[in-house]
Design a protein around this ligand. Structure first.
Ligand code: PA5
Length: 409
């Protein structure tokens, strides 16, 4: 994976070195939240159990409902939405909304399917996954007996939580949510691994991507994570307080949502933080593109670019229609998409938008492993550069308190 910068720039040398120091000092500053630093430790030895369960499910079921919200589903969803489920179970995402309409749609989608379920809820207090688990549990219990339920349901939560007790009472496999890892840093734990494996994707390659990035980050300051963290923080004093993650591969939209949660929840505190947004190009160039080019100079733009998109889709010959697109004849859409990307990067960076470009070789499990680890490492040091705690999220409790008061909890 490569990282390049375009447009307004700053000397990043000193700040990149500072990132390296902050990274080394993380364990001195935080206790009980750094279990994700080592991808192997993050899996807590559950890789084999995950593979076995996923293989068993794939042998008899066709649909996996993943119940979870925020950090408890975004990483897996990013990978699965981009890579598909051709070799595995269809995935239905639940527990991430309070919309009655959405929940009805979920139940409709499950009709006639052989359903298995992975419930992920760290504290088992969050309203969305807790309430959806109840509905889906009732729905499944109406179709499967206790023995069937036992093999069809896996619960992931904190050891000792009520969810853990329920797993014991019902004979479900319980895969623990690692204590020293907050939701949005769980990409390489069972939280991310089981849905990805059930979708038929290669979790070894995914973990390898994470591990390779981990060793890059631990072996010196010249790595994409520190350079990226330094870049966004070097630009902030010049008024660049909003960052947009963009890609010409729309299948990265869920990765962008994962990234937005990671940075938004980690940095937005104490009146500080770079606001994380995202757009998918070229579609959004026809809406937000005008703002990026002509609006206030406060946007940072971070591209996720792909070297080999695996596409092979030439524009067909058509000499009779005179539709005005003959100049594209024989050109592949990969070439056309690249041209649009290069043109956008040039126009935006020359127009005063600082741009960072991450380029991955392919859209595959390995690339996701690299990207996730790089962004998590970048987020941790970026939060430190900003002077906030990147591992708490006190702010989200405020709305919950008044919501629970209304609901009479
Ligand atoms: O990053 C975080 O800690 C949060 O986004 C949580 O992942 C999210 O709120 C879900 O929490 P829980 O798994 O406890 O339901």
């Amino acid at each position: 994976m490569k990282l390049h910068f375009h447009g307004p720039a700053a000397d990043l040398h000193a700040m990149t070195a500072q990132c390296s120091t902050l990274w080394r000092k993380l364990p001195e500053c935080y206790e009980g939240v750094l279990g994700w630093l080592d991808c192997t430790a993050a899996t807590e030895g559950y890789v084999q159990a995950v593979k076995e369960k996923a293989a068993q499910w794939r042998s008899f079921a066709d649909t996996l409902v993943v119940v979870g919200v925020g950090g408890s589903n975004q990483a897996a969803r990013g990978v699965i939405d981009a890579l598909g489920t051709e070799n595995g179970l269809e995935i239905v995402w639940a527990g991430n909304t309070l919309s009655a309409w959405e929940l009805q749609k979920i139940l409709e989608r499950l009709k006639g399917k052989s359903v298995v379920m992975h419930v992920i809820a760290k504290n088992f207090e969050t309203l969305e996954p807790g309430s959806h688990y109840r509905v889906l549990r009732n729905w499944m219990e109406g179709r499967y007996d206790a023995r069937e339920m036992a093999r069809r349901v896996v619960l992931t939560g904190t050891e000792g939580s009520r969810l853990h007790e329920m797993a014991k009472e019902r004979g479900h496999l319980f895969l623990p949510f690692p204590k020293p890892i907050g939701g949005r840093y769980t990409a390489f734990t069972v939280v991310g691994l089981l849905p990805i494996a059930a979708a038929g994707l290669d979790i070894d390659r995914y973990l390898q991507g994470g591990l390779d990035m981990q060793s890059l980050v631990n072996n010196g300051e010249d790595n994409p994570a520190f350079r990226y963290a330094a870049w966004r923080n070097a630009m902030l004093p010049n008024g660049f307080d909003t960052e947009m993650l963009v890609s010409f591969e729309p299948r990265f939209e869920r990765l962008a949502r994962w990234w937005r949660q990671l940075f938004g929840e980690s940095e937005g505190k104490d009146g500080k933080g770079i606001f994380p947004a995202y757009s998918m190009y070229s579609e959004d160039l026809h809406s937000i593109g005008q703002y990026v080019q002509g609006g206030p100079r406060r946007l940072l733009e971070t591209f996720i670019s792909v070297q080999d998109d695996g596409g092979n889709m030439p524009v067909p010959l058509d000499r009779t229609s005179r539709d005005g697109f003959d100049y594209l004849e024989g050109r592949d859409f990969t070439f056309i998409n690249r041209a649009a990307e290069a043109a956008t990067l040039k126009a935006h960076s020359e127009g005063g938008v600082p741009c960072a470009v991450f380029t991955v070789d392919k859209v595959d499990e390995y690339a996701f492993g690299q990207l996730y680890y790089a962004f998590m490492a970048a987020c941790a040091v970026s939060g430190r550069l900003l002077g906030v705690n990147p591992f708490d999220q006190e702010g989200v409790e405020a709305y919950k308190r008044s919501m629970f008061a209304i609901l009479g909890k």
